[in-house]
Write a protein that binds this ligand. Structure first.
Ligand SMILES: Nc1ncnc2c1ncn2[C@@H]1O[C@H](COP(=O)(O)OP(=O)(O)OP(=O)(O)O)[C@@H](O)[C@H]1O
Ligand code: SF4
Ligand SMILES: [Mg+2]
Length: 337
């Protein structure tokens, strides 16, 4: 286990462009899904990435899981840059991805035993038949599917959505990863069982020291689970801070809007973020601050020049990219510092 607080996985200036063709367009265009993202995932800590649909959360998660190749920037695992030719299997042992849909992520023709034995065997953790059986039961117990005998030879269709998601998490744990990336892991589950999965992720953080990236469109569940919240808007991080600080004293106008759309901080029902105005085009993003067409505080400089991240107050861990937090002379000069 990595010591709590150590940066295990880092994104440095990570960007991803997709080449897309509009419905009636003859030429392809560049869609800037993620731009210049910096992020640290630390051992024993949950970082939530929050933002509305299309803000680039899954693309970022998939780059960190090495399912999408970054256009630029780099990923560092335990301080070492991950090169493109690096062994995938070794990387996947350290960094595991849990997806939104526990129905399609498990193969209906295979038993739970099969799903959990495969990663154990591929990564050499299986041993003989008895050892493998014991390892599978331990995995089931770790995700609270107890008694394990009830689940080990079941098939996915015999389990509830929440139980399947627990199997998907157990499968990820089978290879003893340091990092778990969970992309909307509760949004397809019944409201009544979401809390159980979030509590399981919290236990894995607290008891096993995992570094967890929790991707969600629901800022209330991020507040419930996460230690740090990172807010994404149109492919960029606009605010990052300890979770309480983001939800109690949001600095960026977009974060403020997200929170005003999610009035009950204890709600973990995953209600979609309903912010007024439409998200911008990522093919032709707005100039300057990408949020300026929707921002109630927009100033002239916002329309022309992109703000850089600034520390908010005295807390070095709280940053926001907004001209409201730059000094007046900088704003008057109309130039970034
Ligand atoms: N393979 C792809 N090819 C082209 N465009 C893509 C591809 N994957 C994602 N995009 C685009 O990149 C942008 C970001 O998508 P992404 O799935 O990362 O957003 P998201 O924040 O996860 O959204 P949601 O909350 O709906 O899951 C969107 O405009 C999406 O259409
Ligand atoms: S930089 Fe300007 S437009 Fe962007 S969020 Fe801040 S005040 Fe609003
Ligand atoms: Mg997504």
């Amino acid at each position: 286990m990595t010591t709590t607080g150590t940066a295990v996985l880092q994104a440095r200036e990570l960007s991803k462009n997709f080449s897309v063709r509009g419905r009636f367009a003859l030429r392809r265009s560049t869609l800037r899904a993620v731009q210049d993202v910096n992020l640290n995932l630390t051992a024993g800590s949950v970082t939530a990435v929050v933002g509305e649909s299309g803000s680039g959360k899954s693309t970022l998660a998939r780059m960190l899981a090495r399912l999408v190749t970054p256009t630029s920037g780099e990923v560092l695992l335990n301080g070492a840059p991950v090169t493109r030719g690096a062994a995938d299997r070794a990387y996947r042992r350290e960094v595991q991805l849990v997806l939104q849909d526990p129905f399609s992520s498990l193969n209906p023709v295979h038993s739970i035993r099969y799903h959990l034995s495969r990663p154990l065997r591929i990564h050499g953790f299986a041993g003989d038949a008895d050892a493998e059986n014991k390892a599978i039961k331990e995995l089931l117990a770790r995700v609270s599917l107890t008694p394990p005998e009830r689940y080990i030879d079941a098939y996915p269709h015999e389990l509830s959505g929440g139980q399947r998601q627990r199997v998907a998490i157990a499968r990820a744990l089978a290879v003893r990863p340091e990092v778990l990336i969970a992309d909307e892991p509760v949004s397809m589950l019944d409201v009544s069982i979401r809390l159980g999965i979030l509590n399981l992720l919290a236990d894995l953080r607290d008891e096993e020291g995992l570094a967890i990236l929790y991707v969600t469109h629901d800022i209330a569940s991020a507040r419930y689970l996460a230690d740090t919240i990172v807010v994404m808007y149109a492919g960029q991080i606009v605010e990052s801070a300890p979770a309480r600080q983001v939800t109690d004293s949001p600095a960026h106008p977009y974060t403020q809007l997200l929170l005003s759309a999610a009035p009950d901080p204890d709600r973990v029902d995953g209600t979609a973020i309903a912010v007024t105005g439409a998200p911008p085009s990522l093919v032709r993003p707005p100039t300057g601050c990408r949020f300026h067409p929707r921002c109630p505080h927009v100033m002239d400089i916002c329309r022309t020049t992109a703000p850089q991240p600034r520390p908010i107050g005295t807390d070095a861990d709280h940053t926001a990219s907004c001209w409201l937090y730059h000094d007046e002379s900088t704003i008057a000069s109309g130039k970034a510092e």
